[in-house]
Design a protein around this ligand. Structure first.
Ligand code: DUC
Ligand code: ZN
Ligand code: ZN
Length: 490
């Protein structure tokens, strides 16, 4: 009998830190050995000429997410989204279980379980979205959910139905600190967006391109600054998601330089799209509307720089799949105002090929940075490491075998989502995953999906050391210097 179920031979095995040519022995879905001459196995995969990378972990994507009024506008369900992800080399996804005002967090998690369980083809967990931080939610539901493995959540500083005010944010941050959860923040100044939008609409500027005008760079950086100051005050780590511009990036960099545990995320739309894409013919620009919006070439360069210099720890898709029809982008008709267009762009399948080709291939980042940004750091931030995000003995055998020489022109018709278009149509990308494995199973081979719906597993997550407080209390919160007041404990 073979010692291993599968052996991968002769590939260049690359992690966030190392690159070696060796064989990988896989048993019971896990990596059981790394070495030479591992013997025989039921199946051998010849990987000469290929790079064997950890499967990607997409730490930010929206799948079957309900709107605040309870409708699901997402084009993808857990089957099509995870199918699309795995074809692009991603083997774990972390979408969101969204709470809406007046509803229970626990109930929304249960609803997402019933959606994902029968459909996902790769492993998945959820971040929570907290919109109604009542005493009951923060005092009971959230601690219990964190203990059950939902160790991260997102909060919003904008959108009427989702946003928290500073007081609510402080309460949520204090709760995250007490229970060890990672806080993700959508940082844009709500009033600035409202003010700009109403001025634009009053003056008749309605087209999709004005979406980019209504979400200013300063509004993004002001909210980023404020969120960071609240986090510093409460002494809790924080991740600023989907950073679009240099102004917000500088706030993150400055906080990091001061030793704070502030993390940054960016996404493909901020590297490859600009506001000019929102100015396409007719309503076409709606396809490129997302928040924050894509900016300009200079902002793209700044974001590349932030990936290279370590300001950003994670690169996520922020896949938000809306069809270009009445179910999605054109819900308000074929000539919508920018305020009526669903925010978000698809990208779950191309996240890795885009960064591999344009980042690693063009020398902007190295392969180890690529792996850190797309897999290892994501797993670390969200309590999945070392099970996910790396290649090590004992880790799940989630692997993507890349052919760095294959060149393909991006066509939506070759992708595996259900959106109907890709913002990256026509780009030529070099370097694609050719075999993808999920827990030792071949998930994609020869352009075919080899795993079935419902075979992905739910991932309860550990606490992350990245979410541990620094222990640097503001004097006003420190009983040693505030006349003995214990403010952070309830
Ligand atoms: N925030 C996201 O995280 N994704 C899409 C749009 C948005 O506002
Ligand atoms: Zn957001
Ligand atoms: Zn998002």
């Amino acid at each position: 009998m073979s010692v291993f179920d599968t052996i991968i031979t002769g590939g260049r095995v690359v992690t966030a830190t190392d690159s070696v040519t060796c064989d990988i022995g896989i048993r019971d879905g896990r990596i059981a050995a790394l070495g030479a001459d591992l013997g025989s196995a039921a199946r051998t995969i010849e990987a000469g000429g290929l790079m064997v990378l950890p499967g990607g972990v997409d730490g930010h994507c929206h799948i079957e997410q309900k709107s605040a009024v309870g409708s699901v506008m997402n084009a993808d369900d857990f089957y099509t989204a995870t199918r699309s992800a795995v074809f692009g080399g991603t083997t774990s996804v972390l979408p969101f279980a969204a709470q809406y005002k007046g509803t229970s967090l626990r109930k929304s998690v249960e609803e997402y379980h019933t959606l994902a369980g029968p459909k996902a083809v790769i492993d998945y967990g959820y971040h929570l979205i907290i919109t109604d931080p009542t005493d009951q939610v923060l005092g009971q539901e959230l601690p219990a959910l964190i203990a059950d493995g939902f160790t991260s959540f997102k909060i919003y500083m904008t959108y009427d139905a989702l946003r928290l005010d500073d007081m609510q944010m402080l309460n949520v941050l204090a709760s995250a600190r007490s229970h060890g959860a990672m806080v993700m923040v959508h940082a844009e100044n709500h009033e600035m967006i409202k003010w700009l939008s109403s001025r634009l609409l009053d003056k008749g500027y309605q087209a999709p391109k004005y979406h980019a005008v209504s979400h200013s760079r300063i509004g993004e950086s002001e909210a980023t600054h404020r969120a960071i100051k609240l986090a510093e005050f409460i002494d809790v780590p924080m991740l600023i998601v989907h950073v679009s511009a240099e102004e917000a990036m500088r706030e993150i960099r400055q906080a990091q330089s001061a030793g704070l545990k502030i993390y940054g995320e960016t996404c493909p739309q901020y590297l490859f799209l600009t506001a000019a894409d929102l100015d396409r013919e007719g309503a076409e620009g709606a396809k490129f509307c997302c928040s924050p919006p894509p900016r300009d070439k200079a902002a793209q360069e700044a974001i590349w720089c932030g990936l290279a210099n370590g300001t950003f720890q994670v690169f996520s898709s922020d896949h938000a799949p809306y069809r270009f029809d009445e179910t999605g982008k054109l819900k308000a008709g074929t000539n919508p105002s920018f305020k009526q267009i669903a925010n978000g762009v698809p990208g779950i399948e191309l996240r890795l090929p885009l960064l591999f080709s344009e980042g690693v291939g063009k020398g902007r980042i190295d392969i180890h940075q690529f792996i850190s940004l797309t897999a290892t750091n994501v797993a670390k931030l969200y309590g999945l490491h070392p099970r996910k995000g790396t290649i090590a003995v004992g880790s799940d055998a989630d692997l993507a075998l890349w052919d760095p020489e294959v060149e393909r022109v991006v066509r939506w018709s070759d992708l595996h989502d259900d959106v109907g278009y890709t913002p990256y149509e026509g780009m030529t990308l070099k370097g694609w995953p050719v075999i993808v494995m999920s827990r030792g199973r071949i998930a994609v081979e020869n352009g075919e999906l080899m795993v079935v719906q419902g075979s992905g597993k739910f991932l309860p997550r550990e606490m992350s050391t990245a979410a541990e407080p620094l222990g640097r209390l503001a004097p006003e919160l420190d009983p040693g210097s505030n006349f003995g007041a214990h403010i952070l404990t309830r």
